[in-house]
Ligand binder design. Sequence first.
Ligand code: PAF
Length: 286
Amino acid sequence: MPQVIDNPRELFAATEVWRGRGLRVGLVPTMGALHEGHMSLVAAVRAAGARPVVVSIFVNPLQFGKNEDLAKYPRTFAEDLARCDNHGVEVVYAPAPDAMYPVGFQSHVEVERVTAPFEGEARPTHFRGVTTVVTKLFNATGPCIAAFGRKDYQQWRTLDRMVRDLDMPVEMLGCPIARDEDGLAMSSRNRYLTASERTRAPAIFLGLRAASRAFARGERDRGELERLALAPIRAAFDVIDYAAVADADELTDPGPIAPEASVLLVAAWIGKTRLIDNCRLGSECL
Ligand code: PAF
């Protein structure tokens, strides 16, 4: 079983010993409800030379808005620990909320422009919560390498920006989206789907694939690419927050759309569940 640590000082003391031995500590930040997508992040940090690997499990209240799913977010610690054990994770860092945010807590980390559109519009305080908690996880762990999934694409661009802007000495890995066989991106929130919603949910991937294939055939009209993506999603989902092409790095208006330079981002509701997904045009979802 992994060693379980629940406070930042103990974690830093442990990782300091490993760093002193010349080991490259790896970190995979998570909110638990682990699935094989998370385990692909563990494999990625290991393949990049990390040892030991720390998986943090912390449902971060700071990144949930008032009417979001903090209370019902799945908490499956015993299963998560077993999964980490099966994948050879050496340390699980699982702080309690008051160890993370003790009384009097009032400091935050903010990244500006890249957090403004898309998720930033739908969830105005979300990224400030993410960048603050990831900074705290980095400070407690002192990792050489950290891995994040590109399913949360804007989160990935935001954290990458934060590390560069603030000179954080962490090698950042942005890992490919892990998908079920029918294309649905793996997500802890997939557990909320009813059986009938689960059968409709892959439409989000079908939309991304239709646009990405059209792009590969030479389509460069942004409106047409967005229309192609929207058609299957509209048929299966109840509300679409956005389906839009953006610059793959800064998430701004893409200008001329070029391979690897543009990403198609989607957020949509199926019943009470909000799913997000994306693909880099012309190289993914083909
Ligand atoms: O992607 C997530 O699970 C969370 O946003 C993260 C990065 C662990 C921060 O709480």
